[in-house]
Design a protein around this ligand. Structure first.
Ligand code: BGC
Ligand code: MN
Length: 351
C-alpha cells in the first residue's frame, strides 16, 4: 500500500494556529486553577506542621524584665560580705547580640586540652569568677550516652559561654551504661543527687548535650518559676511546638525540684519524661516560664532522629498517680565510675 503524502498547506497552518489560540484561555485557566490548588495545599500543610502556629498565645518574659525574675543564691550576699568581694554585675543581660551563629564543629583534642588552662577550669569542670562573687551557684546536669562528638562541641562552647555570665558552675555528665533503653529523666535525678554531694547548689539546669545556646543574655541561672530555656530552637524553626513543652534545657530551683519529687524514673526510651515533669510542676501549683524567643535561641547539633518509645503515652497517663511515689524519693542506682575529668564531672551509672 502506498501512503499518500499529505501536503500541509498554508490554510492548514492558519487553521491550526486559530484552533490553538482559541483553546489558550481554557488552557491558561486550567493552569492557574492547578497552581492555586498546589499553593493552597502547600499553605495548609505548612500551617499544619508549622510548630509556631499558636505562638501568639504563649507568654514570654520580656528582655527588660529578666533581671527581676532571677533567683540569686542564698549564699552569695553573705559570701560577698565575708570575702570583701563585690557581687558580680548584671551587664550580660544587656548583651543581646549573638554569642555565635553556629558552634565550632571540628573540635580537636588540642582545643580541649588548651581550654582548661586558658579558662582556668578546675578539675571536674567547675569554675567561678575570681574578682567578684557569683550571684548564682548552678549545677548543669547532662544525661549522656554515646554522643562523643557532640559532647566535645558542647564542652568547648559552654565553658566560655558560662564564664561570660559569671556563674559559679559545674558541668556533670551522667552516663548510662549500655544495657537498658536510655532513661534521660532518671539520669537527671541522679545528677541532682550527685551534684548536691559536691556543693549546695541552689539552681539546677538539666541540659541535653546536643543543644547550644546562641544568645549570651540567656543566663544560666534560675528564675522564680521553673524556666524552659530552649524554647526557640532551630529544628522547630525557632518556634514553640506546644505550650507545655519542657524539654531540652530547663532551669529549676533546688527547692522546687524537691517539691515536685524530681523526675519520674519510669520513662525508658525517647519522649514523654519532660511532659510528665511539666505536669508535676503544675500539680504542685508552680508554672513554667520562658524568656523572650529572641533570648531563648538554640541550635541543635545534628543527629539521626530517635525512635519514640511506644509506652510514652501510657506512661504519661499512669504517671499522674505516681508523682509522690516515683521520683528522687525512690531513686535506686549504682555508680560504676565517678571521675573529675578536666572539663566535667563524669558519673557512669547503672540504673
Ligand atoms: C515528647 C517530648 C518531646 C517533644 C518535643 C513530645 O511528643 O513527648 O518528650 O520533648 O515531643 O520533641
Ligand atoms: Mn536532640
Amino acid at each position: 500500500m502506498v501512503l499518500k503524502e499529505r501536503n500541509f498547506t498554508e490554510q492548514d497552518c492558519h487553521l491550526y494556529i486559530i484552533s490553538l489560540v482559541s483553546k489558550m484561555p481554557n488552557l491558561f485557566c486550567q493552569m492557574v486553577k492547578k497552581m492555586i490548588l498546589i499553593l493552597l495545599t502547600v499553605i495548609i500543610i505548612t500551617y499544619c506542621i508549622h510548630p509556631g502556629r499558636f505562638a501568639h498565645y504563649y507568654t514570654f518574659i520580656k528582655e527588660e524584665d529578666m533581671v527581676h525574675e532571677l533567683e540569686e543564691s542564698p549564699l552569695a550576699q553573705k559570701l560577698s560580705e565575708t570575702s570583701g568581694l563585690p557581687l558580680c554585675p548584671w551587664h550580660i543581660l544587656n548583651e543581646s547580640s549573638y554569642s555565635l551563629l553556629y558552634p565550632k564543629k571540628n573540635v580537636t583534642q588540642c582545643d580541649l586540652n588548651e581550654l582548661s588552662v586558658k579558662l582556668d577550669i578546675k578539675l571536674g569542670g567547675t569554675w567561678k569568677p575570681s574578682n567578684c562573687v557569683s550571684r548564682f551557684d548552678v549545677a548543669i546536669v547532662v544525661p549522656y550516652r554515646n554522643r562523643q562528638t557532640q559532647l566535645e562541641i558542647f564542652l568547648l562552647y559552654m565553658h566560655s559561654f558560662l564564664q561570660k555570665q559569671m556563674i559559679n558552675y559545674r558541668i556533670l555528665i551522667i552516663e548510662q551504661v549500655e544495657k537498658k533503653d536510655f532513661n534521660r529523666a532518671k539520669l537527671l535525678n541522679i545528677g541532682y543527687i550527685e551534684a548536691l554531694k559536691l556543693f549546695p547548689y541552689h539552681c539546677f539546669i538539666f541540659h541535653d548535650v546536643d543543644l547550644i545556646p546562641q544568645k549570651q543574655n540567656n543566663i544560666y541561672a534560675c528564675t522564680h518559676q521553673p524556666r524552659h530555656m530552649s524554647s526557640s530552637l532551630n529544628t522547630f524553626r525557632y518556634n514553640l511546638p506546644y505550650r507545655g513543652l519542657f524539654g531540652g534545657a530547663v532551669a529549676i530551683l533546688k527547692s522546687q525540684f524537691e517539691l515536685v519529687n524530681g523526675f519520674s524514673n519510669m520513662f525508658f526510651g525517647w519522649g514523654g519524661e519532660d511532659d510528665d515533669f511539666q505536669s508535676r510542676i503544675n500539680h504542685k501549683g508552680l508554672s513554667i516560664c520562658r524568656f523572650s524567643p529572641r533570648v531563648s535561641r538554640y541550635v541543635m547539633l545534628t543527629h539521626s532522629k530517635e525512635l519514640p518509645s511506644e509506652t510514652r503515652f501510657s506512661n504519661l497517663l499512669a504517671g499522674k498517680n505516681r508523682y509522690d511515689v516515683d521520683g528522687i524519693n525512690t531513686l535506686v542506682y549504682t555508680v560504676r565510675n565517678s571521675t573529675f575529668k578536666p572539663l566535667y564531672t563524669w558519673i557512669l551509672v547503672d540504673i
